[in-house]
Design a protein around this ligand. Structure first.
Ligand SMILES: [Zn+2]
Length: 446
């Protein structure tokens, strides 16, 4: 057993601790979220971040090749023999002036982190590499998750790699075609529940508890450990410097939770001099975080989060029979599981929260497609949100900003086709119908 890591309840009034050999996913004492914590004095962490760069010279070792495990001392919760990798994290940080111009940034200041380049096409693979390693460590045989799409695709891919049986729960609402196709293709049992993502999330927790399945949703604290690596790679992409801002879409709030934890730990270890600011971007149709933080002034408050504000807000959603609604299906979530950890990240990173409309998301997506490598709709919320923050003057034009583009454009082809074909958006680029006639076709070529 690895004694350099343990699990700890995030509720300071409880603070219960458990070893990493247990699969808990919620504090058995008080029901709050759990963190993975480290006894840093027992981990041999490099004295500077660019020591990790040496691992690139040893790419025949799969753990050094992995964009998660090459930083393994920073998520040292299991022995190497349990570590799972399918080559995740070979992603790139692209400096992009054309997209930067759209949001009024100075040349050289905007960076796009393309997590769609992961094996299953989304950032989720970072977290699954870590969580499936934990599943191997605890001897899991079957696993399950609830998903708006990307999670199910990633879970299904890692499950068959690890030889685990796999069940994914999806809602009957919006799910992007590309994502749904992956789960089925990778061999997962797919159960479609008549309800939304929040309903699926409740069901999967009960089913996992009843049948002893290993749960892979983002309340699994080991997933968030893997997602920290996205920040390590952004720092790596900037020549081992931190940016001024990280911008991330807000759905279940696992990424923002993981990113804040990553920076807090790097600062604690003296591996970075300062912590960047963070902006979390909701869709206006799924804006729980925006409402709670900006309007109801909910804060981390040293872990003593005002639960009454949350309970009243959720009771109001229930009373109104509210279902979240956005074209960015990956963030169509109104009861985010990692809310409190995200509040902690906002505290750590002096964070801000904004909400953007579907129209703004679709236009930003078209710009990222036209001038960058493209992304799924939720990812484009980052650029749409940055446009707001620039107009407000919250982000300065000469600050260095890294937007996390969470998923690949082919995840949601229907939305892209509708946007362009039906000339719905400012940047629509529809196909032109032509007669089967050489002269006529030549006239059309611009
Ligand atoms: Zn507790």
């Amino acid at each position: 057993m690895n004694d350099s890591a343990y699990q700890k309840c995030i509720n300071p009034a409880c603070g219960a601790e458990f070893d990493c050999g247990q699969s808990l996913f919620k504090c058995p004492a008080c029901g709050e979220l759990l963190d993975v914590r480290y006894n840093w004095d027992k981990v041999k962490v490099p004295s500077k971040l660019n020591d990790f760069a040496k691992r690139w010279a040893n790419r025949e070792n799969p753990l050094d090749f992995s964009g998660v495990w090459r930083f393994r001392e920073l998520l040292n919760f299991c022995e190497d023999k349990y570590k799972v990798t399918i080559g995740e994290g070979q992603t790139i940080l692209q400096q992009n002036d054309a997209v930067g111009q759209y949001v009024d940034m100075h040349p050289g200041c905007l960076y796009l982190q393309y997590e769609g380049l992961n094996p299953s096409g989304s950032f989720k693979d970072n977290g699954m590499a870590a969580a499936f390693s934990h599943a191997m460590m605890v001897g899991a045989k079957s696993c399950a998750c609830a998903s708006t799409g990307n999670t199910s695709a990633s879970v299904a891919l890692y499950a068959h790699h690890c030889g685990l049986k796999c069940t994914v729960f999806i809602g009957s609402g919006r799910i992007a075609f590309g994502k749904l196709s992956q789960g089925m293709d990778y061999g997962a049992q797919t159960i479609q529940i008549r309800g939304d993502f929040d309903d699926c999330m409740r069901q999967v927790q009960d089913v996992c508890a009843k049948l002893g399945l290993y749960l892979l949703n983002s309340l699994n604290p080991f997933r968030l450990e893997g997602q920290k690596a996205i920040m390590y790679r952004i720092i790596e992409g900037l020549g081992w410097q931190v940016p001024d801002w990280i911008i991330v879409p807000g759905g279940n709030l696992g990424n923002s939770s993981a990113f804040g934890k990553a920076f807090a730990e790097l600062k604690q270890l003296d591996l970075i001099e300062r912590i960047p600011r963070m902006a979390i971007i909701n869709a206006t149709g799924a804006d729980t975080l925006t409402e709670l933080v900006n309007n109801k002034k909910l804060t981390w408050n040293d872990g003593k989060v005002n639960q009454t504000i949350i309970d009243e807000y959720y009771a109001d959603l229930t009373a109104r029979n509210f279902s979240p609604h956005t074209c960015a299906s990956a963030i169509e979530i109104s009861r985010p599981v990692n809310l409190k950890k995200c509040l902690r990240s906002i505290d750590v990173c002096n964070g801000v929260v904004r909400a953007v409309t579907d129209e703004e998301i679709c236009d930003a997506k078209a710009i990222i497609g036209k001038f960058g490598l493209g992304c799924e709709p939720a990812s484009a919320a980052t650029i749409a949100g940055l446009k707001h923050l620039r107009a407000e003057g919250v982000v300065a034009a000469d600050e260095r900003v890294a937007c996390v583009l969470t998923g690949h454009p082919l995840k949601d082809p229907n939305l892209t086709i509708n946007y362009h074909k039906d000339k719905k958006g400012k940047f629509s680029n529809p196909p032109i119908e032509a007669p089967n006639d050489f002269e006529e076709i030549v006239k059309l070529i611009k």
